[in-house]
Design a binder for this molecule. Structure first.
Ligand SMILES: [Zn+2]
Ligand SMILES: [Zn+2]
Length: 147
Protein backbone atom coordinates (compact mmCIF):
# COMPACT_ATOMS: atom_id res chain seq x y z
CA UNK A 1 0.00 0.00 0.00
CA UNK A 2 1.25 3.41 -0.98
CA UNK A 3 0.32 5.06 2.33
CA UNK A 4 1.95 2.35 4.36
CA UNK A 5 5.17 2.77 2.44
CA UNK A 6 5.09 6.53 2.98
CA UNK A 7 4.67 6.06 6.71
CA UNK A 8 7.22 3.34 7.17
CA UNK A 9 10.04 5.75 7.96
CA UNK A 10 7.99 7.72 10.45
CA UNK A 11 8.91 7.20 14.06
CA UNK A 12 6.46 7.83 16.86
CA UNK A 13 8.01 10.26 19.27
CA UNK A 14 7.40 9.36 22.91
CA UNK A 15 7.33 13.05 23.78
CA UNK A 16 4.36 13.51 21.46
CA UNK A 17 1.35 13.87 23.74
CA UNK A 18 -1.77 12.06 22.75
CA UNK A 19 -4.88 14.11 22.15
CA UNK A 20 -8.51 13.10 22.42
CA UNK A 21 -11.45 14.74 20.70
CA UNK A 22 -15.12 14.91 21.48
CA UNK A 23 -18.20 17.05 21.22
CA UNK A 24 -21.91 17.44 21.78
CA UNK A 25 -24.70 15.49 20.13
CA UNK A 26 -25.49 18.09 17.43
CA UNK A 27 -21.86 18.83 16.54
CA UNK A 28 -22.02 22.57 17.34
CA UNK A 29 -19.48 22.12 20.12
CA UNK A 30 -16.18 20.34 19.61
CA UNK A 31 -13.29 20.02 22.05
CA UNK A 32 -9.81 18.61 22.31
CA UNK A 33 -8.05 17.12 25.32
CA UNK A 34 -4.30 17.12 25.67
CA UNK A 35 -2.89 13.96 27.22
CA UNK A 36 -4.46 11.40 29.47
CA UNK A 37 -6.86 12.42 32.27
CA UNK A 38 -5.56 12.75 35.83
CA UNK A 39 -8.39 10.51 36.98
CA UNK A 40 -11.59 8.97 35.65
CA UNK A 41 -14.55 8.08 37.86
CA UNK A 42 -18.20 7.14 37.68
CA UNK A 43 -20.28 9.68 39.60
CA UNK A 44 -23.61 8.63 41.09
CA UNK A 45 -24.40 11.97 42.77
CA UNK A 46 -27.86 13.43 42.57
CA UNK A 47 -26.63 16.58 40.79
CA UNK A 48 -25.05 14.59 37.98
CA UNK A 49 -28.18 12.49 37.63
CA UNK A 50 -30.23 15.67 37.18
CA UNK A 51 -27.70 17.54 35.02
CA UNK A 52 -27.15 14.72 32.56
CA UNK A 53 -30.43 12.82 32.78
CA UNK A 54 -28.43 9.64 33.31
CA UNK A 55 -28.58 7.18 36.21
CA UNK A 56 -24.87 7.90 36.71
CA UNK A 57 -22.13 9.26 34.53
CA UNK A 58 -18.38 9.16 34.00
CA UNK A 59 -16.03 12.10 34.51
CA UNK A 60 -12.41 12.65 33.50
CA UNK A 61 -10.32 15.18 35.42
CA UNK A 62 -8.03 17.51 33.44
CA UNK A 63 -6.06 20.66 34.10
CA UNK A 64 -7.93 23.52 32.44
CA UNK A 65 -5.05 24.27 30.06
CA UNK A 66 -5.33 20.75 28.62
CA UNK A 67 -8.94 21.30 27.56
CA UNK A 68 -9.71 23.38 24.51
CA UNK A 69 -12.97 24.17 22.77
CA UNK A 70 -12.18 23.88 19.06
CA UNK A 71 -15.64 24.71 17.69
CA UNK A 72 -18.63 26.62 19.07
CA UNK A 73 -18.96 28.17 22.49
CA UNK A 74 -19.60 26.40 25.76
CA UNK A 75 -22.71 27.65 27.57
CA UNK A 76 -22.32 27.81 31.35
CA UNK A 77 -24.89 27.26 34.06
CA UNK A 78 -24.03 28.03 37.70
CA UNK A 79 -25.86 25.13 39.30
CA UNK A 80 -24.47 26.22 42.70
CA UNK A 81 -22.49 29.29 43.72
CA UNK A 82 -19.08 27.83 42.83
CA UNK A 83 -20.17 25.23 40.27
CA UNK A 84 -20.07 25.81 36.53
CA UNK A 85 -21.65 23.16 34.38
CA UNK A 86 -20.89 23.56 30.67
CA UNK A 87 -23.30 22.47 27.96
CA UNK A 88 -24.27 23.01 24.33
CA UNK A 89 -27.00 25.63 24.07
CA UNK A 90 -28.23 24.09 20.79
CA UNK A 91 -28.78 20.46 21.76
CA UNK A 92 -28.39 20.59 25.56
CA UNK A 93 -25.62 18.02 25.83
CA UNK A 94 -23.80 18.30 29.16
CA UNK A 95 -20.04 18.41 28.69
CA UNK A 96 -18.08 19.92 31.56
CA UNK A 97 -17.95 20.67 35.27
CA UNK A 98 -15.72 23.13 37.09
CA UNK A 99 -15.67 24.25 40.72
CA UNK A 100 -12.68 26.51 41.29
CA UNK A 101 -12.76 26.43 45.10
CA UNK A 102 -13.09 22.71 45.43
CA UNK A 103 -11.11 21.65 42.34
CA UNK A 104 -8.67 24.51 41.65
CA UNK A 105 -7.36 24.61 38.08
CA UNK A 106 -9.35 21.57 37.04
CA UNK A 107 -12.09 20.95 34.56
CA UNK A 108 -14.03 17.73 34.43
CA UNK A 109 -15.21 16.33 31.11
CA UNK A 110 -17.99 13.81 30.60
CA UNK A 111 -16.30 10.76 29.11
CA UNK A 112 -19.36 9.67 27.07
CA UNK A 113 -18.96 12.84 24.95
CA UNK A 114 -15.59 11.62 23.62
CA UNK A 115 -15.59 10.51 20.00
CA UNK A 116 -14.27 7.21 21.31
CA UNK A 117 -15.50 6.84 24.90
CA UNK A 118 -14.17 3.29 25.06
CA UNK A 119 -10.70 4.81 25.64
CA UNK A 120 -11.79 6.00 29.11
CA UNK A 121 -10.49 3.90 32.01
CA UNK A 122 -12.75 4.46 35.03
CA UNK A 123 -10.97 3.88 38.35
CA UNK A 124 -13.75 4.20 40.94
CA UNK A 125 -17.39 4.84 41.73
CA UNK A 126 -18.01 8.01 43.75
CA UNK A 127 -21.08 9.25 45.62
CA UNK A 128 -22.39 5.70 45.77
CA UNK A 129 -24.60 6.87 48.63
CA UNK A 130 -26.80 8.27 45.82
CA UNK A 131 -26.55 5.20 43.62
CA UNK A 132 -29.99 4.24 42.36
CA UNK A 133 -31.28 0.97 43.78
CA UNK A 134 -31.92 -0.49 40.33
CA UNK A 135 -28.37 0.06 39.13
CA UNK A 136 -26.46 -3.15 39.78
CA UNK A 137 -22.72 -3.06 39.21
CA UNK A 138 -20.16 -5.76 39.58
CA UNK A 139 -17.01 -4.32 38.01
CA UNK A 140 -14.80 -4.68 41.10
CA UNK A 141 -13.86 -0.97 41.16
CA UNK A 142 -13.46 0.86 44.49
CA UNK A 143 -16.64 2.47 45.77
CA UNK A 144 -16.65 5.72 47.72
CA UNK A 145 -19.56 7.16 49.68
CA UNK A 146 -18.60 10.64 48.41
CA UNK A 147 -15.42 11.66 46.61
ZN1 LIG B 1 -24.90 20.53 20.51
ZN1 LIG C 1 -21.63 13.98 40.39
Amino acid sequence: MHNRWLCSGHKESSSMTQTYEGGCLCGTLRYMLHGKPEWTAHCHCRSCQKATGGSFTTWMGYQKENFKITKGQLAICNTSADVERGFCDQCGTSLTYAAEERWPGQIHILAPTLDNPATAKPQAHVYVEHQLPWIKLDDGLPRREQT
